[in-house]
Ligand binder design. Sequence first.
Ligand SMILES: [Zn+2]
Length: 169
Amino acid sequence: MTLNSYQALKLDAAYRPIAIIPATDALVSHMLGKTYVLETHDRIIRSANEAHALPAVVVLKSRVVKKLRTFACSTKNLRIRDDGECQYCGTEIQPGKESVDHVKPKCKGGKHEWTNIVLSCVCCNQKKGAKTVAQAGLRLKKPPVELDYFTYLKKMCGEFEKWKIYLKG
Ligand SMILES: [Zn+2]
């Protein structure tokens, strides 16, 4: 892994996950005295006379974040929520080939909001058209819900095993 691909999970003083940041930035925040390091990656950064393990999880010493991040209903965020899979047929959708289906069609008053949009392949989207899910003979894999920050972080944590205990809840 290159140095830039290491990420760190940042927790607020209440141990709630608030951000994913480059591990090098996490190291800087620690050296500036803003954070404690809770977990480290197996990667050491050496300067002339010091060695530091790259942080994998840091916690802010004092700040508690009141409002967690919210997400716009963009195709990019929808792709994260729906794991890049068509929510009707389960096909994995290539980046750039995704379409957004409105479960309750827009022409029937369906809104562009988290609980009414799903990631869809072009084929299923065309099949559905302005019909309801049942009318089109399709079935949703799961009901659409708002993408919250906790879920987002869980999906993004991927290879970083050391984050997982901080993402329970
Ligand atoms: Zn499909």
